[in-house]
Write a protein of this length. Sequence first.
Length: 691
Amino acid sequence: MGTLRDLQFALQLKIEELRQRDALIDELELELDTKDDLIRQLQTELDRHRNPSEIKPNPTLCLSEPARSPPAPDAALRTKRQAISAEPTALDPSLLTHMTLTNYIKSEESRELIQRALFENDFMKHLEHGQILTIVDCMHPTRVSQGGRVIQEGDDGSLVYVLEEGKVEVTKAGKRLCTIDHGKAFGELAVLYNCTRTATVTALTDIKLWVINRQGFQTIMMRSGLIKQSQYMELLRSVPSFQSLPEDVLSKVADVLEETHYRESDYIIRQGATGDTFFIISQGQVKVTQQKSPNEEPEFLTTLTRGEWFGEQALKGEDVRTANVTAVGRVTCLVIDRESFVHLIGGLDNVNSQPFESSENTARLEAQSVLFSSLHLADFDVVCTLGLGGFSRVQLVQLKNDPSQSFAMKVLKKRHIVDTRQQGHVLSERSIMMEAHNAFTVRLYRTFRDSKYLYMLLEACLGGELWTLLRDRVSFDDSATRFYTGCVIEGLAFLHARAIVYRDLKPENIILDHRGYAKLVDFGFAKKVGLGQKTWTFCGTPEYLAPEIILNKGHDASADWWSLGILIYELLSGSPPFNASDPMNTYNIILRGINMVEFPKKISKSAANLIKGLCRDNPSERVGNQKNGVKDIQKHKWFEGFNWEGLRQGTLAPPITPNVEGPLDTSNFDRFPDDNEDPPPDEEFSWDLEF
């Protein structure tokens, strides 16, 4: 038997052995991740050179895709992603709840076939049961003779189909891809936003189809979401404990409520059991009984009906149920558990999301406004192009009378804006950027216009795009990712405090200033949304879209926190967690959820925990969207020790300091060709130049 000293020495040896083994495992995992990156790059390179005819497309996904320009033949392996946006809906949310939908008569067999086809479709199956039934009601019939075209490759699409009778053939560029039999749905991407059909569907026999268009689909989705939200809010307001809650908090509680269904005589609560759940009766009625002693029959106390509630004590702490509650007939209850309630109910004040502007800064901004209001387009010389977007070109310009001052000039073609019906987005971008004066958002100084273009004079950030850095480095380590994520969090918190949702977060929209600090740029999809309110436009970049945007449930600022989780994953690993060659497939992967994603070893457990917390399917359960707001993100274990105050004050050293030698140094940007296209003039769209 050894002495205590011998045992302690042996223990220290064992601990050191385990530490060395852990270090070796970490090294091997890092090496494995590096090889995975190399394999991914080589696979991408192989795909670029592979003969397109060798690639067999998935026929259920190839019928439509958003219009986008193909990458140049000599493009880098990693290409920039174009955002997509549905045309603005003409639907007025205030009128939708009273709108009567047009139903079409169907046999019971037809209803069952359509319903089954929708539930078997990879996208449609994620809709709520009630929404599916309403879509079934609203689909109208159409027939196509043998040889007729259902879908023509190259046409704009707006319809989704269910084939009830006959068979169709899918072809692309004249080559046969597959056939589709009766009982299948196809063309579903077209009901999300305007897209170009990428395959032709031809009737092989006389066929019968059931159809609904994008307007009808969006009406159903918006209407059902608004009615459900309105009903839930009304029921919550009837509960005394909830009556003092602010509207936005009440809205979050409504989002987290779960519908639970019970049958005749089902026990909802049993006397003596411990509980952590609160119930509001949505439909039906329940019977409340109490057993005075073990040998006695339960005594009837009361009956509760729609709008009444029970189990309230469970939200305040451990609750031993003092009565039985059983269903009388079929009953539907709205249910919330104590953990969800505790996370949602509380103070929403957050000093870090308040304006970080001193009185001196305000005076400086006012002086700048006076200076820039006297400038004209002719006062600038164009130096070169800094970047290209889906709707615009960004140029570096300098003042003619002061060459030491350079700016970024965003140039938008008026005709393109009108043709794509993006006037609302552009006007919203201008309005939001004129008030978003923050260290982590790019500054807009003023705007100009002429007969062909709209111009936005922006702060020049010459450190380059975060996307370019990520492309060149493949991925970042934890420290660098924390810094860039911290900058983004500060920018988003600033916007959210002003009820602004950003909606297009991705590395392509993050730019570095001369110090290496990151700023949000491109506010084309940003929108002001009232507290407790939602917006419904389908917009963003496919890989970054939150589930509620894809499913047309209505969304708010919580969609930005979902995108932040995707951003962290991409910065750490080099690619987003949800990614496919086809947009519809990408959306279907997103709808499966973050828990279906296998995280690479290079993403630490604490980072993975934060990503999963940000990417919860239910917006009310997301980190950043609960009672402590953005503080829950800032205080997460992954940010332990991070100097938030140093970041805000600009004293924290960035992970990469760009080399910027002067106001005209564009060495941190890729080279872009000049724009030689001369668009037609368009006076239909302009904006007020008064600030």
